[in-house]
Design a protein around this ligand. Sequence first.
Ligand code: CA
Length: 219
Amino acid sequence: MQVLLVEDDNSLATGLSKALRNEGFAVNHVAEGRAALHVVATEPPEIIVLDLGLPDMDGLDILRQLRQSGSAVPVLVLTARASIDARVTGLDLGADDYLSKPFEIPELIARLRVIERRLSTQVDSTIRIGEVELDTLRREVTCGGEYVEMPRREYALLKSLMENAGKIQTREQLETRLYPWGEEVSSNAIEVHVHHLRKKLGNDLIKTVRGVGYTIRRS
Ligand code: CA
């Protein structure tokens, strides 16, 4: 899942980015409102975590512009403004969720998981396809009931495919979900992860759609 973090507090942004990456999110960070709008227009993220107090724009204006431009990307607002008025305004403008600063990182992750589940074609936190079961809360994979060791990116790739079972995802889409900007990605990175996943989970689960990308059939 690709998250755009809009936050001008650099130490907070660094900590959040690290924590979210450990949870399997691909995180891109910008510190200003205009940069955020530019990213949304050129490379739309799947979820935005939006601080309201930004140096160049008010976060609520960003939210307003986003919704006016027709973007439906889920937005989780972070704010030190704890007043009911600010919350109501944010929700009225189309924020999907609201978290007051200071907050605990596990709380943010839990809220993002809720949004993520809403976006997915799956409704449960556990996704089962054939022999393979993926528990998105515990971040565990089993195959035929046996626990399968999964490095972070393999897990993120499998999760993205299983959550979107029945849809074809291109290599580019999968890359943006797995890797943040600026990270050196070898041209066959996705193929290599798929190869490892097939070795662990069998050859039948992940289908190659020649010249396009990959898919997993819905169970
Ligand atoms: Ca701020």
